[in-house]
Ligand binder design. Sequence first.
Ligand code: LMR
Length: 402
Amino acid sequence: MTGDIFGNLETLPPDSILGVTAAFRRDPDPRKIDLGVGVYRDEFGNTPVPAAVREAEQAVLAEQVTKVYVGPAGNVEFNERVVALALGPLATRLRDRMAAIQTVGGCGALRMGAEMLHAAAPDSVVHVSDPTWANHEPLLGNSGITLQRYPYYEAATRVVAFDRMLAYLEHLPPGAVVLLHGCCHNPTGVDLSLEQWAAVADVLELRGLVPFVDLAYQGLGDDLETDAEGLRLLAARLPTLLLAISCSKNFGVYRERAGALAVFAQNAATARAIATHQARIGRRMYSMPPDHGAAIVSRVLGDPRLRQVWQDEVATMVARMKELRTLLAGRLTARRPDLDFSWLTRQRGMFSLLGLAPAAITALCNEEHVYMPPDGRINLAGVSDANVDRVADAIVNVLGRR
Ligand code: LMR
């Protein structure tokens, strides 16, 4: 029909990760288990609001006297505090050559970074790990920059394909951008060791490459400091660095969309110019970021008592995730002592790849009612004492499927 402006649009397939949640909700089977989207869950399967966040939120609401705009860069105090959390004492040293902007979650930070690269150098190529988080390529690529993949994961041995990764980086032209997961690699759970970070820093420095670090899980790998060591090593050495920070997981403020992009430039004048571009990009896309989540996070980080409460809560989350890794590996080994599942305990963060054939993953979802994205990534936080035997049975049942 004429005038039907949207009539030519076809219905799109579901998002590979968010579609899992929808499929899980649709399934009426009471035995269903959700190992899909990366949210933390406690032993009851809930994703609670951390106590420190709850308390900070009440204080923010009690003290708020206006809802007037905060400003294009968002909550500046929040920006500084989350960057200081990420970089430690280094943040003070780099402050003069930093341009930070509050963003709509970590996704907003990644997209803002890509838009900045596009504004500065439209021919930029960003190299992402193979595999990488399912939304990295669409999210970054939609800005107009080009994406390519570097080898990262050795599927057979479930470790970083480090020699191949390094060899790839060694052949990149100066100015190429390399996206690195700060910790808790999504989807593999396999992180660089500190020695490997140092070797990557050498190559980046030598070849004039630009690191773009996605820090979405700080504190959920080992602890808040250890998880940032690789990033800090790069930030101390590289003249230019982009850092995308998400507070969704470690502060449990998923729906509040609290994140920040910090760009470290070669000098203060360039940083000032970058800040104006960040503000303009934000203005043209959504004008200004939301305040609530950032105000809460800033309050937690700025209050020593609340900060301690929060750090203890993060420590509880990470301890639980490590326990679940051991628990699931143990139950799988009990069922198949001929197979090695110890990789589960060596990996970090919420995710691991089961490494099963597509038919096995389909069977897990459709026949076993255990839900995960099509790449076979499981969110360990979806496992619990109550369901671990069902999960282990389900995985073992589909092992041979091709
Ligand atoms: C995930 O990887 O599951 C999370 O980062 C949530 C998302 O937006 O995909």
